[in-house]
Ligand binder design. Structure first.
Ligand code: ASP
Ligand code: MG
Length: 461
């Protein structure tokens, strides 16, 4: 049995859905379990509709729901031949859209939408797409059953970013899918907590759903189907000679995903690594291309980096003061203050003189970060033990990833020499203790040049 994961782009419209259906047909002998994302743009549309309802923009809310329904209906009308199947699925869409309308109307009246309600609403995207795909398979005489993620993945109650309880999930998945003979089509991204309330696994969470299913069912392989040739060594829009990577380790993929390359959901590889399940990132439009294989270890004495990736819209916060040395637990206070305010830190550096701490955050959290730190350190700022809490905007993080970095100290030198030659000054540097990753921050205007020069100097097979 293999797990096939189709992202939103592979289901964007009739043509893409048809291609995905044909893909499933070609591997049907392998007993595929299909996991799908919402159709392209639908999750964003649902989130946007929640905002419109909160703004009492009822007309736009209704228009959005219509758009969502029509998108799905069009695919069904184009691809399904059986009148019976068509009637049932169109009725399902109608019922679900009516439910959505009622929910959004309540939100608009109450002027409130909890994280829990948001998850419930957003889950409609995957429920509709999975039901759509399953109906089309049935129409083509491939026996198929649709599953909502709630019935399969048990999670904690961290709405929007829930984490699975693997023990419970294992029981649920094996009970429902253990010896299924038809093709299951599972709504990705969704789970439920112990009370049965809908949760979601974070944006891009369908990758994680696919890995969880593979883990619990001891799948032979997992195929993540994308619209590109596997995992690339850099963004091809920036680096024209970026290549598709043949083999990469689970750890390298995890590093890449954390650092902006939208390869897979950042924790999707964790369960796969644990059971060493062979995984591939493949091109859904090129069946014969092998794609990128994700493996546990590479034994080729590799002395190059694998890929370069970047995160934009970053700011650096600096807490600085000559008196900081004497204040106990200052870093602890900085980080717990940010944690309490749900601000996540992407990169940290502290000089050994202890006179400043710098860290990088997403720019949309700037205001909140500065405000909460100034509150936390009111006394120290007043006493001049801390002189400044400042912000540097319009910077980007660049990450060079690869297990080859471990064995090749010369690579680190090469990275910074090549930047120097281009007159690019890194404003912050962090060498991850995993030794798989060197990250540095440059001004955003230099980011393209920095990626190009780093890629050309240190990336190879
Ligand atoms: N539909 C969800 C999202 O857009 C989950 C996914 O696509 O994996 O984030
Ligand atoms: Mg998506």
């Amino acid at each position: 049995m293999i797990v096939l994961k189709f992202g939103g782009a592979a289901l964007a419209d009739t043509k893409n859905v048809e291609n995905s259906i044909n893909y499933i047909k070609r591997v049907k002998e392998k007993n595929p379990i299909v996991v799908v994302s919402a159709m392209k743009g639908i999750t964003d549309l649902l989130l946007d509709t929640i905002d419109e309802s909160l703004n009492k923009n009822y007309e736009k809310t209704v228009r959005n729901i219509d758009e969502l329904r029509l998108k799905h209906e069009k695919v069904i009308n184009d691809l399904v031949k059986s009148n019976e199947i068509k009637k049932n699925i169109l009725k399902y869409f109608e019922d679900r859209c009516n439910e959505l309308e009622t929910l959004l109307y309540s939100i608009s009246t109450l002027q409130e939408c909890s994280e829990k309600s948001k998850d419930y609403i957003v889950s409609f995207g995957e429920k509709l797409s999975s039901t759509m795909v399953s109906s089309i398979l049935s129409d083509q005489e491939l026996e198929s059953v649709q599953f909502d993620g709630e019935d399969l993945i048990r999670t904690d109650s961290n709405f929007n970013n829930a984490y699975p309880d693997f023990k419970e999930t294992n029981i649920l998945i094996n009970k429902k899918l253990g010896d299924i003979s038809s093709i299951p089509v599972v709504a990705g991204f969704i789970g439920s907590n112990e009370k049965g309330h809908t949760t979601t696994l974070g944006r891009g969470g369908t990758d994680f759903s696919a890995s969880i299913l593979a883990y619990c069912l001891d799948a032979k392989e997992v195929w993540y189907l994308k619209e590109v040739n596997g995992i690339m060594s850099a963004d091809p829009k920036i680096v024209a000679n970026a290549k598709s990577i043949e083999k990469i380790t689970y750890d390298e993929v995890a590093e890449l995903s954390y650092f902006g390359a939208k390869v897979l959901h950042p924790i999707a590889v964790h369960p796969l690594k644990e059971k060493k399940i062979p995984s591939f990132v493949k091109n859904v439009y090129d069946f014969d291309f092998r794609g990128t294989e994700i493996v546990d270890e590479l034994h080729n004495g590799n002395r190059c980096a694998k890929a370069v990736t970047s995160i934009k819209d970053i700011s650096i916060v600096t807490v600085q003061g000559k008196g900081m040395m004497g204040i106990p637990g200052i870093s602890g206070r900085v980080f717990s203050c940010l944690g309490k305010n749900k601000i996540s830190i992407i990169m940290i550096s502290q000089s050994s003189s202890e006179q400043n701490i710098c860290f990088a955050i997403k720019s949309n959290q700037n205001e909140q970060a500065i405000k909460s730190l100034k509150e936390e350190f009111t006394i120290e700022l007043h006493n001049n033990q801390i002189q400044e809490i400042s912000l540097k905007e319009e910077v980007s993080i660049i990450s060079v990833v690869g297990s080859g970095l471990k064995n090749a100290p010369i690579l680190i030198g090469k990275i910074f020499t090549s930047l120097g030659e281009k007159n690019i000054n890194p404003v912050m540097i962090a060498l991850g203790s995993s030794e798989l990753n060197i990250s540095f921050i440059v001004e955003s205007i230099n980011v393209k040049d920095a990626i190009l020069t780093t890629h050309n100097n240190v990336v190879g097979e």
